[in-house]
Design a protein around this ligand. Structure first.
Ligand code: FES
Length: 572
C-alpha cells in the first residue's frame, strides 16, 4: 500500500512524473529527502479571526507538530473552513455540512497517513467527525478546550448560560446598559469554547466517549499548559496510528460506542444539538441513533454532572473534578466497557486512569445524581409525528405537564416584529409557537427555539413559558422549550397548521406533545395546506440551493441525503 508523499498522486497520466513534480514543489519549502520519506500526519488548521473560540489553535498546532516529529513522522498543516458560532449568518448550522464536505475532500485529496482534526466551536467538531468517518483514514480529534471561568460582582460567570441570564435581566429592566457593557468584558475571559455544557462542551465529551480523542481532551481549559501537553500527546499518537494504519473511525464508531455516547449525552445534561450531531456522525458510519432508544436511556440514566445550564458549575470545574474518565467511572454500569479508544485499549482502561477527587461536587454518583432522569426526553404526538426533544434537566418542573393556548409566530421575522409589541395578546400560561424555523424553513434551523419571554411578561417577573418550535436552541440555554419538531412546518409538518387560540398539551413524563384540536379539523387544515402551501422563495444557485434540495430533517441529523453511507464510496 502506498503511503506518505506517494499517496493519491495527481492524475497526469504518468505516476512517475506526478511524484517527481510533487517532490520538486514541496522541496521549495526546504524539506529534506529524509523528511519526505516519513509517514505524513495531516493537521487541520481552523484558526480564524472570526472564530475566537479557536484562538489557541496556532499554539496547539505547534505542540501537535512537536509530538508528531518526536515519533519520527512528518506533520503537514492544512486549512479548512472554520465556523465561529456567533459570526455565521444565518447560522453556523447552515454551514456545518459544507465544513464536513470541505474537511472530507481535503483529507481525501492530499497525501496523509493519518489526520489530527482540531476544532471546538459548536459545529466544527461534528463537521470534522462526519468528514473523518466518511473518509475512514486513521483520525484523532483534538478539541480546543473550554474557556476560563469569568467573575462579576463576586459571582463566577460563564458564556453563554450567564449571557442569556444577564440579557433576560436587562430586558426586564433590572440591569442597566452601563453594567451590560462591563459584563461584555467578563463573560468570556479567555479564548476557548463556551465554559458551560453547551454544544461545544457536549460534543467534546461525546467524542471522548466515542474513543476518538485522548482522555481528558474534552475538559482541559484552553489556556492551561496541560492543553498543550495533550496536543503534543495527540501528535505522538497520530504518528503511531499513521504507522499502524489504524484504528480507523469505522473501528471506533460502532453500535456499542454510539450507545455509550447516547448514555453520556443523557448523563452530562448535554446540549439538544448534541443529539442532532450524534445522529449525523453515526449516520456517516451507517450506525442508526434510534430516538426511542435514546429516550429510554434517559429514563434510566440520571444527570450526573452539576454543570450549567442544568447545574451550577463550569467546564473548568469539571476538569478539576476528574473530567471524562471520572464521569465514565461513575457511569460504568450503564456503559459497554469493551469499546476501543484511539489511545489504545478500551474505555475500561480509560476509567482506570480516573482520578478520585473526594471533595468535588461536580460529578455526582448514580446513588446521588444531580437529576433523577437524563437530560433529554423525546416527545411524540400529533404535533411531532417524527419526534421533538426537550431538555428536561434545564426546564421548569412546574411546566413539565402543562396545557395552554397557542400564540403562534409564523417565522423568525414575525417573532422579532411582534414579541415585544405591547398589544400582543399573551399571558404567562400561554404556549409560544414558532414555525418555519427548521432545517429547510429558516433555512439552517437556527438557534431561535429559545423564544424570548415577551417583554411585558418579563417585566412582571415571568422567567419561563412553554415554547415549541421546529428550530434548535443553544446548548447553553434553558427553559421549558420543545425543539426539533419533525417533520418541520416548511415541509407540511403539523406545526404548520396550528392557529393562535388552539390549545396545546405538553406532558413530558408521558412523552406527549398534542394539539388539542379535533382530528377531522387537523386533517382538513393539513389538506388545505398541502393543496396550497405558502409560497416560499427557493434559492436558485450555489450552496443555498444544494442545502435546500438535500438537507434532511432533525430526527435524521440534518445531514445531506447524498452524504449518508448507503454503500461503499466509489472512491474508497
Ligand atoms: Fe464558540 Fe460557544 S461560541 S463554543
Amino acid at each position: 500500500m502506498t503511503s506518505g508523499l506517494r499517496k493519491g498522486l495527481t492524475s497526469y497520466g504518468d505516476p512517475g512524473f506526478s511524484l517527481f513534480l510533487r517532490k520538486i514543489l514541496i522541496k521549495s519549502m526546504g524539506y529534506s529527502d529524509d523528511s519526505l520519506e516519513r509517514p505524513i500526519v495531516g493537521i487541520t488548521n481552523t484558526f480564524s479571526d472570526f472564530n475566537p473560540c479557536h484562538g489557541n489553535v496556532p499554539a496547539m498546532i505547534d505542540a501537535i507538530q512537536r509530538g508528531v516529529m518526536l515519533e519520527g513522522a512528518l506533520p503537514m498543516v492544512f486549512p479548512t473552513i472554520s465556523l465561529g458560532e456567533p459570526f455565521c449568518h444565518p447560522t453556523a448550522m447552515f454551514l456545518r455540512n459544507l465544513m464536513s464536505m470541505d474537511t472530507e475532500e481535503m483529507i481525501r485529496a492530499q497525501p496523509m497517513d493519518a489526520v489530527v482534526v482540531v476544532g471546538g466551536c459548536d459545529k466544527t467538531l461534528p463537521a470534522q467527525v462526519m468528514a473523518a468517518v466518511s473518509v475512514d483514514l486513521p483520525t484523532i480529534v483534538l478539541p480546543v478546550g473550554p474557556m476560563l471561568v469569568g467573575h462579576h460582582k463576586g459571582d463566577a460567570v460563564g458564556a453563554c448560560t450567564d449571557c442569556r441570564r444577564f440579557w433576560a435581566e436587562h430586558r426586564a429592566g433590572r440591569i442597566d446598559t452601563a453594567e451590560m457593557g462591563q459584563i461584555t468584558g467578563r463573560l468570556a475571559p479567555s479564548v476557548g469554547t463556551c465554559g458551560v455544557m453547551g454544544t461545544a462542551g457536549t460534543m467534546a465529551c461525546l467524542i471522548e466517549a466515542l474513543g476518538l480523542s485522548l482522555p481528558m481532551s474534552a475538559s482541559v481549559p484552553s489556556s492551561h499548559a496541560d492543553r498543550l501537553r495533550i496536543a503534543e500527546a495527540t501528535g505522538r499518537r497520530a504518528a503511531g496510528i499513521a504507522a499502524s494504519c489504524g484504528p480507523r473511525p469505522s473501528e471506533l464508531i460502532t453500535e456499542a460506542s454510539v450507545r455509550n455516547a447516547m448514555t453520556v449525552l443523557q448523563a452530562i445534561g448535554g446540549s439538544t444539538n448534541g443529539l442532532i450531531h450524534l445522529v449525523a456522525m453515526a449516520g456517516r458510519g451507517g450506525v442508526c441513533v434510534d430516538l426511542k432508544t435514546f429516550d429510554e436511556l434517559g429514563r434510566r440514566v440520571p444527570v450526573l454532572l452539576n454543570i450549567k445550564p442544568s447545574g451550577a458549575h463550569y467546564m473548568e470545574d469539571f476538569h478539576y473534578a476528574g473530567g471524562m474518565p471520572a464521569l465514565l467511572r461513575e457511569l460504568a454500569p450503564h456503559l459497554d466497557l469493551t469499546t476501543p479508544v484511539i489511545g489504545g485499549g478500551t474505555i475500561r482502561d480509560v476509567i482506570e486512569t480516573a482520578e478520585q477527587i473526594p471533595t468535588q461536587d461536580v460529578i455526582r454518583t448514580l446513588a446521588a445524581p444531580h437529576s433523577a432522569q437524563g437530560a433529554m426526553a423525546v416527545l411524540f404526538g400529533n404535533l411531532a409525528p417524527d419526534g421533538a426533544v426537550i431538555k428536561q434537566s434545564a426546564a421548569s418542573p412546574a411546566l413539565m405537564k402543562h396545557t395552554g393556548r397557542a400564540v403562534v409566530f409564523d417565522s423568525i421575522e414575525d417573532l422579532t416584529k411582534r414579541i415585544d409589541d405591547p398589544s400582543l395578546d399573551v399571558l404567562a400560561e400561554d404556549v409560544l409557537v414558532l414555525r418555519n424555523a427548521g432545517p429547510k424553513g429558516a433555512p439552517g434551523m437556527p438557534e431561535a427555539g429559545y423564544l424570548p419571554i415577551p417583554v411585558n411578561l418579563a417585566q412582571q417577573g415571568v422567567k419561563d413559558m412553554v415554547r415549541i418550535s421546529d428550530a434548535r436552541m443553544s446548548g447553553t440555554a434553558f427553559g421549558t422549550i420543545v425543539l426539533h419538531v419533525a417533520p418541520e412546518s416548511a415541509v407540511g409538518g403539523p406545526l404548520a397548521i396550528v392557529q393562535t387560540g388552539d390549545r396545546i398539551a405538553l406532558d413530558v413524563e408521558g412523552r406527549r406533545i398534542q394539539l388539542l384540536v379535533d382530528e377531522a379539523e387537523i386533517q382538513s387544515r393539513l389538506a388545505a395546506w398541502k393543496a396550497s402551501p405558502p409560497r416560499r422563495e427557493k434559492p436558485v444557485r450555489g450552496y443555498a440551493r444544494l442545502f435546500q434540495d438535500s438537507v434532511l430533517q432533525a430526527n435524521q441529523g440534518c445531514d445531506f441525503d447524498f452524504l449518508l453511507r448507503e454503500g461503499p464510496d466509489s472512491r474508497s
